[in-house]
Design a protein around this ligand. Structure first.
Ligand code: SF4
Length: 361
């Protein structure tokens, strides 16, 4: 069974650190045109998933999917359900921003999600401190973050929350407070990312101009390790470098990327994969997308596949099949003899990038 990813490429403003493909939205016209193009793509793309395929997971990300009106969201869902068999969908996630949840609650956006079978909501909180949110140029306040979580909790029992650590303004006390608030909110899943300078972000320009200095690596490590210990003490399991969940609440859609299952990506910039060697992607360009540009594709070589398996697998607590490293000198991985798998020990996950590099070809 396969997954579907849908990219909604619009934001009302850009967050300082973000490098995702997205266009600034000023009116509803562009979203209308986009939704029409997306429905067309859904009706015409047969490359990876023939009509009637059974879908296991759906993930709507962005950009900002919560920018859509209930009607636009329902149009996309209707097109989806006309093309594919959604009767076995285990997980349907939508990414939302707190400001949309607060301002569009009365428009029935959350009800539309529920009606269409959304059963998991991923909310970009990033911090519960207004000073941080201003610096990141987020569109919401700390109070809105809490209000949005409260509203979501009244309708959904599978909520994921994103946080960011490792930026200069964040003190240890504030990080502790962010984690405490995240846990107290009752969410089932927490993703936490260390701030990095994405070359496509505003931060990259600030860094070039000397207006931004990255946080000291020792401080980042302290914050990461504090988070690991704190979240585990609160009943969360760390199942991937940046992801923690209560038992049974891991992201099924994201996990299927790590185990290289097939998925179809729709929308500008979205990638598709046949589960074996073929990867295709839509150019990250809204204008070309509206003109129905064909996706680009590549065939993965044996070395590409090996590297993908190592890179993706070692990010997870499940690790990789030991056979994959047959003949390699293994020196900094842990080994589970019962499962015959190698994995990175929890205390080494902070330096996982450099460990993974040792095993790439
Ligand atoms: S973080 Fe999300 S809301 Fe902010 S610019 Fe990136 S895609 Fe848009």
């Amino acid at each position: 069974m396969a997954g579907i990813y849908i990219h909604i490429p619009f934001c009302k403003s850009f967050c300082t650190y973000c490098g995702f493909y997205s266009k600034l939205i000023r009116n509803n016209g562009a979203t209308e045109l986009f939704v029409a193009a997306l429905v067309k793509e859904l009706e015409s793309r047969r490359m990876f998933l023939p009509k009637g395929s059974i879908i296991k997971t759906i993930y709507m990300g962005g950009g900002t999917p919560s920018i859509l009106s209930p009607k636009q969201f329902m149009s996309i869902f209707t097109a989806l359900s006309q093309q594919y068999d959604l009767s076995s969908v285990e997980e349907f996630t939508i990414e939302v921003n707190p400001d949309d949840i607060c301002s569009k609650y009365s428009e029935g956006l959350l009800e539309a999600f529920k009606t269409c079978g959304v059963n998991r909501v991923s909310i970009g909180i990033q911090s519960f401190c207004d000073e941080h949110l201003n610096w990141m140029n987020r569109r919401h306040s700390a109070a809105q973050a809490e209000q949005a979580l409260h509203l979501l909790r009244s309708l959904f029992d599978n909520i994921s929350l994103d946080l960011i650590f490792g930026f200069p303004l964040l003190s240890h006390e504030q990080w502790k407070n962010n984690l405490e608030k995240a846990v107290a909110s009752g969410v089932q899943h927490i993703s936490a990312y260390q701030l990095s300078v994405d070359p496509e972000s505003v931060l990259a320009q600030q860094s070039k101009d000397g207006h931004f200095l990255e946080c000291d690596e020792d401080i980042c490590r302290t914050q990461y390790e504090f988070m690991q210990n704190y979240l585990v003490s609160k009943g969360f399991d760390q199942y991937e470098i940046s992801n923690f969940c209560k038992k049974g609440f891991h992201s099924r859609h994201n996990s299927s990327y790590w185990t290289r299952e097939p998925y179809l990506g729709l929308g500008p910039g979205a990638h598709s994969f046949d589960g074996s060697r073929l990867r295709c992607w839509n150019e990250p360009d809204l204008a070309n997308y509206l003109e129905r540009a064909e996706p680009e594709c590549e065939m993965l070589s044996d070395v590409d596949i090996y590297n993908e398996k190592v890179m993706l697998g070692l990010r997870t607590s499940a690790g990789i099949d030991a056979e994959l490293l047959r003949g390699a000198v293994v020196h900094n991985l842990s080994y589970d003899p019962a499962k015959n798998r190698y994995y990175i020990a929890k205390q080494d996950l902070f330096i996982s990038d450099s460990i993974i590099l040792d095993y790439l070809q």
